[in-house]
Design a protein around this ligand. Structure first.
Ligand SMILES: [Zn+2]
Length: 142
């Protein structure tokens, strides 16, 4: 049976059925390295658009022309699109348990932002001393 290479470990562990399901937005789990992978999403979105266009266009044309001929074209195009699903390259997915590195970088910034700016207590006390010295000078002058 035809096997496809896993994008994580490059071993031939992906079966034809898994590759076909990847073309239907399913995730693939590698038996050897337990890595998750999926079909390239941009190409998959384009393929989905072609599926929808195929069904809508040829069913409307078949209805308007009152002909089963266009339903046959719809089915043949559907099978051709299914065939090309096997050629969509697989892409690595991150493990759902691991946190992305971006979130880990945000945490210290949030903590620093949440804390009030640290002020040395001597500053305010020295300011108070200056004020009290000025007040005592004014009192002495008057
Ligand atoms: Zn693998």
């Amino acid at each position: 049976m035809t096997k496809f290479p896993c994008p994580h470990c490059n071993k031939l562990t992906i079966s034809l059925k898994q590759k076909y399901l990847a073309g239907k937005w399913f995730n693939i789990h590698c038996d050897a390295c337990l890595g998750r992978s999926c079909a390239q999403p941009i190409i998959l979105a384009l393929m989905s658009f072609l599926y929808v266009w195929n069904v809508f266009y040829f069913s409307v044309v078949a209805y308007l022309e009152r002909s089963w001929y266009f339903v046959g074209i719809l089915i043949v195009l559907w099978l051709i699109l299914d065939y090309f699903c096997h050629y969509i390259p697989l892409q690595r997915m991150k493990s759902p348990n691991k946190k992305p590195p971006v979130a880990a970088d945000d945490e210290p910034a949030d903590l620093v932002f949440a804390q009030p700016p640290a002020q040395p207590p001597t500053h305010t006390s020295s300011l108070n001393k200056e004020i009290s010295a000025e007040q005592s000078k004014k009192l002495e002058d008057s």
